[in-house]
Design a protein. Structure first.
Length: 272
């Protein structure tokens, strides 16, 4: 995966104001058109209702978004405290593990109600109205790549990983020259990260960039491979989103991966 000259793209960062834009509609009643969190599983306990996306719930009272209605959990900040939802809006709503619409997520189609999955239960940090009907599936992967190279080869794993770093990890200026060093081919990424003091280890986590620094291409050169970790499981396995691995110059996913020395696996995790 050779690098080419490119430009750095800056992405806008959502800003949360002190006053919720839709505070007037938040009355603790799950009305038509709203997306609602419940404190307990099976749509029980206190309710927190929304009519739009929110990238940051806040962590403490009195500034956080909280559960409004009477019942178990009333007054508790909703961040990392919701167990179930009801989507009464006309759009698919995506619940994220991290603030800023990042990390693992779960989609709820219009009209869907149910419990948050084991990853997101009491680990909800933002939600986003996506538009359209959607399928309501719990897949964590989506091909929303903008096609920008950020100084890497187009439609290669490095360009896609750079996009994920910029769009989901909040490093909006990430490029092939980020931090004043050259990131180069995928096999060089773990060393570039170490030069900048960025954590590199063998522990997978959602949002980590998985690095293969041993894969040798047909021309005999070790270009390696990088991918975005979008789910991690209790047995240490993980899922990735990637470009140019199973699908030439295109998007793909793999599940049940493990850190290992294998040519088709990953040896390192970069934690931005």
């Amino acid at each position: 995966m050779l690098t080419v000259a490119g430009t750095t793209l800056a992405l806008a960062v959502p800003i949360v104001g002190a006053t919720p834009a839709f505070a007037a509609s938040r009355d603790g009643s799950c009305d038509s058109g709203e997306f609602c969190y419940y404190y307990n599983s099976d749509n029980a306990g206190s309710i927190s209702d929304f009519t739009g996306s929110l990238s940051n719930y806040g962590d403490t009272q009195p500034s956080c978004y909280d559960f409004k209605s009477a019942g178990n959990g009333q007054g508790v900040c909703i961040k990392n405290n919701a167990a179930s939802v009801w989507n009464r809006s006309g759009q698919t709503v995506r619940v994220y593990f991290n603030s800023g619409y990042a990390g693992s997520y779960q989609d709820f189609a219009p009209g869907a109600k149910g419990n948050l999955n084991s990853t997101l239960k009491n680990n909800n940090a933002s939600h986003q109205f996506l538009g359209g009907g959607g399928s309501g599936s719990n897949e964590n992967a989506t091909n929303d790549f903008d096609g920008g190279t950020r100084g890497f080869a187009a439609n290669n794993c490095t360009a896609f990983a750079a996009y994920r770093i910029a769009s989901r990890l909040g490093v909006s200026n990430f490029s092939n020259s980020y931090g004043g060093t050259t990131w180069g081919n995928a096999a060089q990424w773990d060393d570039a990260a170490r030069r900048l003091g960025i954590t590199v280890n063998t522990t997978p986590s959602v949002g980590a960039i998985a690095v293969n620094d041993v894969h040798r291409a047909s021309d005999g050169i070790i270009y390696g491979h990088v991918a975005y970790v979008n789910a991690v499981y209790s047995d240490g396995s993980f899922d990735v989103e990637e470009y140019n691995w199973n699908n030439k110059l295109a998007y793909g996913t793999r599940s049940g991966m493990h850190v290992s020395s294998a040519d088709n696996a990953f040896q390192w995790m970069i934690h931005f």
